[in-house]
Design a protein around this ligand. Structure first.
Ligand code: 5GP
Length: 182
């Protein structure tokens, strides 16, 4: 049974999306991805650090054979977006002529994916789609098409299931929402 509240560093978080719901949403999402990529061998690029848990669960349900690689970009500092996207670990595979699925933890303002998408296209990918675990639709600030999204959430800051607060909280299998301080 998951704890209903957790404390990380200087903040409290309350349980908002239990493990069972997360897994249910992923299974529903995978059905669509399996239909779209049946018989194909796309490159799945898991965006570190946040997407490691989502990627691990997602790929276990796939019915086609993807090449799985990792890349890392950074736009966040604590709980605030910096708006600037830095490449910390680039793509190592040859993407020319390949179908690419970017696996992201959460799309918030959309700036990270908006800035990252052209990089993949420049590397010669035939198609590039985005699969994310979560999206905060009300916060989207750019014209971004998210092809696959497991679950939409409100504007709150969350941790758990790969997502962190200053490096901590990634290990929880459930998702927790920051409790506003008075
Ligand atoms: P965007 O560029 O769409 O604003 O933000 C994308 C990145 O910001 C995500 O990949 C994630 O790492 C981080 N992020 C966005 N919202 C949250 C949140 O609620 N919690 C955590 N821990 N990270 C978030």
């Amino acid at each position: 049974m998951a704890e209903t509240t957790i404390h990380i560093l200087d903040r409290d978080f309350r349980l908002s999306i239990p493990e069972e719901v997360i897994q249910q949403k992923i299974k529903a999402l995978v059905t669509r991805i399996n239909d779209d990529y049946a018989g194909l061998n796309p490159v799945m690029v898991s965006i570190l650090n946040g997407a490691f848990m989502f990627t691990a669960d997602l790929v276990r349900y796939l019915e086609f054979q993807p090449e799985i690689i990792f890349a890392r970009f950074s736009s966040y500092d604590g709980m605030d977006t910096t708006g600037e996207v830095r490449e910390l670990m680039g793509v190592t595979a040859d993407l020319r002529g390949r179908d690419v699925i970017i696996v992201e933890d959460i799309v918030d303002t959309g700036l990270t994916m908006y800035n990252v998408l052209p990089k993949f296209k420049h590397l010669g990918a035939k198609s590039v789609k985005i699969a994310c675990m979560l999206q905060k639709p009300e916060k989207l600030r750019v014209d971004l098409k998210v092809d696959y999204c497991a679950h939409e959430i409100p504007n709150d800051f969350i941790v758990g299931y790969g997502l962190d607060y200053n490096g901590f909280g990634r290990n929880y299998r459930d998702i927790y929402t920051a409790v506003e301080t008075q």
